[in-house]
Design a protein around this ligand. Structure first.
Ligand SMILES: Cc1cc2nc3c(=O)[nH]c(=O)nc-3n(C[C@H](O)[C@H](O)[C@H](O)COP(=O)(O)O)c2cc1C
Length: 174
């Protein structure tokens, strides 16, 4: 396992997977544990994690995600959704419209970094039809998918993508 900064430096989106290499159960468990360790508003964990291993479902998901076929070739698709009602019950509109999305997104980011630390690769997919995804996964109205992580062993080593300089994205007020 890598330390935090090595993990952050080495995480790159991978869109080609070794389809015949399954994700070990211990690693999957560690990824889900990492997601659940993320901070959340009121400690409510107002999100839901759906682990999709089923190949037919992954194919369907890739189709409603603008035919991003790598989702079907990765052995696991992890769908991260808000549990809107859970946050709304405690925090009202702010819980529904902001905290539940933040809770789900932070959990997804933790899962993505844990995936990398475990020697696996992923891509965060945000381009999908949420309503169709909810149907495919038989979700209640309450769950709103915010991200899909395709997870598996890489079959490519992409070049790191450039970042904006810190001077452009950060102000220091002293
Ligand atoms: C909110 C969000 C949505 C994204 N949606 C997609 C997507 O639908 N398909 C895809 O291939 N990559 C998607 N990405 C991955 C980005 O393209 C990628 O993270 C970015 O280009 C930086 O590259 P890196 O992850 O290798 O550092 C998404 C990333 C984020 C955070």
């Amino acid at each position: 396992m890598w330390d935090f900064f090595t993990t952050v430096r080495n995480r790159h989106s991978v869109r080609k997977y070794q389809g015949d290499m399954p994700v070990e159960e211990e690693k999957l468990h560690a990824i889900l544990e990492a997601a659940s360790a993320a901070p959340s508003a009121g400690d409510l964990q107002a999100y839901h994690l759906t682990v999709v291993k089923n190949a037919d479902l992954r194919k369907k998901i890739s189709e409603i995600a603008e035919k991003q076929s790598f989702i079907a070739t990765a052995p696991v698709a992890l769908v991260i959704s808000t549990d809107t009602q859970r946050s709304q019950q405690q925090f009202g509109e702010r819980g529904r419209d902001l905290y539940s999305i933040q809770d789900a997104t932070i959990a997804a980011a933790y899962a993505q970094l844990a995936t990398c630390a475990a020697g696996l690769s992923s891509t965060w997919v945000g381009h999908f039809d949420g309503e169709k995804l909810k149907k495919i996964l038989s979700f209640s109205e309450n769950y709103e998918p915010v991200a899909i992580l395709s997870i598996g062993y890489p079959a490519e080593m992409p070049e790191p993508t450039p970042r904006r300089p810190l001077s452009e994205i950060c102000d220091v007020l002293e």
